[in-house]
Design a binder for this molecule. Structure first.
Ligand code: LLP
Length: 392
């Protein structure tokens, strides 16, 4: 729920400028994460009393220090591959497996078998798997991931519902799924829906809970309703921050209407996006046909989001934060593709020059984890620190 516009707070990295410049002196490109910001977000969600179970969607950022921070705050973890599961179980050998949720898509049979062996919660979103692999699901507890007939999100590529999407069991198939599960003595103890990422509809999660609760009533064995992730963060300078108090109020109301169920969420972006920045070193500044371009030592290889979704990330010259004289530059990387642009027409110091450090903001979610070695460029390094705690 979006409240009235308030002046955007100064981002944390202003106060950490010297530290970030030292990190960049070590090597660029580099992702730097402030764990104190992750902890703050966790505590904000822990204060939402309508929520019973919190899973971090670790696809957004599986860095061990980030996972340890969230685990220490009581978060469970949502995994989508066997490798993610084993990453979590390796880091937290004593974890209660019911704090781990496995929500794969088109996974091989072996990954479901492995997940059941490890005792974690397993989500399934099609009838075919029950039919083809009955012995895998016989007698098991299951969550069913539903397609509520629509997708939401910041870009078409991140909407995960509706006919065009590969995710979720369509509602028309729910009766068949329930019957097939019963025939195998499998119990449906959870219903789940995640409609997409970066959802800017304040009442979205409330509506999803209401729809799922109605369906859960019909199934009869459901204990938990998982309303997905998708919480947005304000990437653009004029964006309004997500109003978590109003959101919490909405959840409390709908929970009061359907109190029998445990309410679960699985946010990724909201927990980590603002905790991370990508640091680049300026390689060249070039003017061509009236367009000025600043080149950094990484682009779409380090951060795919602008090229893939036309996503906006704030870009700042950390070496010249206080320069008042600005000019418009396109910020590009070294990759041999015209789409290798991190930002168009950004106001950066006119004096921006080779060797300056550029900071790409809000890069803590879906940043490093989606980076690649295209053109055989090296992956960025990753550095974590904890607010002022380990300030030298
Ligand atoms: N649960 C499920 C089943 C998901 O598929 C996802 C994200 C989440 C939770 C967490 O969603 P979040 O709270 O982070 O919005 N690479 C894209 C986002 C892809 C999201 C994939 N699934 C981006 O950079 O915008």
């Amino acid at each position: 729920v979006q409240g009235p516009a308030a002046p955007a707070p100064t981002p944390w990295w202003h106060a950490r400028r010297e530290r970030l410049l030292r990190i960049a002196d070590g090597a660029t490109p580099a992702y730097a994460y402030d764990l104190s910001i992750v902890r703050e977000r966790a505590r904000a969600l822990n204060a939402v009393s309508a929520i019973d179970r919190r899973f971090f969607a670790l696809k957004a950022n599986p860095h061990p220090d980030i996972l340890r921070t969230l685990y220490a705050e009581g978060f469970g973890l949502e995994c989508v591959s066997l490798a993610e599961l084993d990453h979590v179980l390796g880091l937290f050998p004593d974890i209660d497996p019911q704090r781990v949720l496995f929500t794969p898509s088109f996974a091989p049979r072996s990954e479901y078998e492995a997940a059941f062996e490890r005792g974690v919660i397993v989500t399934l979103d099609n009838v075919e798997a029950l039919r083809h692999w009955p012995e895998v699901f016989r007698g098991r507890n299951l969550w069913v991931r539903l397609d509520l007939g629509r997708g939401e999100g910041h870009h078409a590529k991140v909407k995960t519902g509706g006919t065009a999407s590969k995710f979720g069991l369509p509602l028309a198939a729910l009766d068949r799924f329930v019957a097939a599960a019963r025939a195998l003595d499998a119990r449906i103890v959870g219903v789940h829906a995640h409609l997409g990422s970066g959802v800017d509809l304040p009442k979205h999660w409330q509506q999803v809970y209401a729809e799922l609760a109605g369906l859960a009533d019909g199934i009869g064995t459901v204990e938990t309703i998982d309303i997905g992730g998708g919480l947005p963060i304000p990437y653009k300078p004029d964006a309004v921050a997500f109003d978590i108090d109003a959101w919490a109020q909405g959840l409390a109301e709908i929970k009061a209407a359907y109190p029998r169920y445990q309410l679960a969420i699985e946010p990724g972006r909201y927990m980590v996006a603002e905790s991370g920045v990508l640091l680049l070193r300026v390689t060249q500044v070039v003017e061509k046909d009236g367009v000025r371009r600043v080149g950094g030592d990484a682009g779409m290889n380090a951060l795919m989001r602008p090229a893939l979704y036309e996503a906006y990330h704030g870009i700042h010259n950390l070496s010249r934060l206080d320069d008042a004289q600005k000019a418009a530059f396109d910020v590009v990387g070294p990759i041999c593709e015209s789409g290798d642009v991190l930002g168009h027409a950004r106001w950066l110091p006119e004096a921006t020059a080779e060797g300056d450090v550029l900071l790409v903001a809000d890069a803590g979610a879906y940043g490093f984890v989606m980076a690649n070695r295209y053109n055989l460029r090296e992956l960025p390094q990753q550095i974590t620190f904890d607010g002022e705690r380990d300030e030298p």
